[in-house]
Design a protein. Structure first.
Ligand code: NAP
Length: 247
């Protein structure tokens, strides 16, 4: 297993893509710090990982709160001794047309998706610098590359994550730390369940591979970027979208 001896911190690990990422990294031998707000859902994922002989621990934290991020990262490092791999996956949407969008909803999405990723990176980076090895993987979105009507806040946050990824890749490269992004297309999770059947079938017509993505499609890309095999890749955004957008 390629991630034996490594510790991964995954945000939004309580369900959907983050849960699949946590399970995939644990399968590769990493010990996984599972982070999100819903402790009971995290505990279910922990049990699932342990049932497959993996190692995991839960850390209830809110990525919209700097204090919570600091406390959660500190607790994870105290528990496992370090963090080698950070996956900034926690994310929210608050969709509406720009003309109607409230400032609070614009800022909440930026705060959770973009600022949270930045603050969590700050909170764990010294652990990676000490080890002179690290992986930061930011889960952005196809929408951060294309834009989307009704998603000005979400698309701005996800485009921001791509700029953040490239800047951090430059800053930390000399320390043996790579920073990459994964940009999912349409993945079947609770986040996309809210779309109408008409919206979903409209999206399907734009996917050359003619199927929606699954959480494991994204997890496989993350597991690769976390591995030593991906050691010469940094500042990259990996599209996992069935051909929906070819950058
Ligand atoms: P999801 O099922 O809604 O899961 C979102 C996760 O983020 C949950 O585990 C949630 O846990 C966590 N989260 C939300 N706000 C948080 C906060 N303030 N603090 C800590 N954790 C928080 O969504 P998903 O589809 O798996 O999405 C995961 C990531 O992929 C997101 O960044 C999303 O933007 C991105 N993405 C998804 C798609 C898609 O088609 N599904 C496409 C492109 C990109 P708690 O509620 O327990 O905190």
């Amino acid at each position: 297993m390629s991630l034996e001896e490594k510790v991964a911190l995954v945000t939004g690990a309580s369900q959907g893509i983050g849960r699949a990422i946590a399970i995939a990294l644990a399968k590769q031998g990493a010990s996984v710090a599972l982070a999100a707000r819903n402790e009971s859902k995290l505990t279910e994922v922990k049990s699932e990982i342990e049932a497959a002989d993996g190692t995991a621990a839960t850390f209830a934290l809110d990525v919209a709160s700097e204090d919570s991020i600091k406390a959660g990262a500190k607790a994870a490092i105290a528990h496992f001794g370090k963090v080698d791999i950070l996956v900034n996956n926690a994310g929210i949407t608050k969709d509406t047309l720009a003309l109607r969008m409230k400032l609070a909803d614009f800022e909440a999405v930026l705060r959770t998706n973009l600022t949270g990723s930045f603050l969590l990176t700050q909170a764990v980076i010294s652990s990676m610098m000490k080890a002179r090895w690290g992986r930061i993987i930011n889960i952005t979105s196809v929408v951060g590359e294309t834009g989307a009507a009704g998603q000005a806040n979400y698309a701005a946050s996800k485009a921001g994550m791509i700029g953040l990824t490239k800047s951090l890749a430059r800053e930390f490269a000399s320390r043996g730390i790579t920073v990459n992004a994964v940009a999912p297309g349409f993945i079947q999770t609770a986040m996309t369940d809210v779309l109408t059947d008409e919206q979903k079938s409209g999206i399907l017509t734009q996917i050359p591979l003619a199927r929606y993505g699954s959480d494991t499609d994204i997890a496989a890309a993350v597991a690769f970027l976390a591995s030593d095999d991906a050691g010469y890749i940094t500042g990259h955004t990996l599209d996992v979208n069935g051909g929906m957008y070819m950058g």
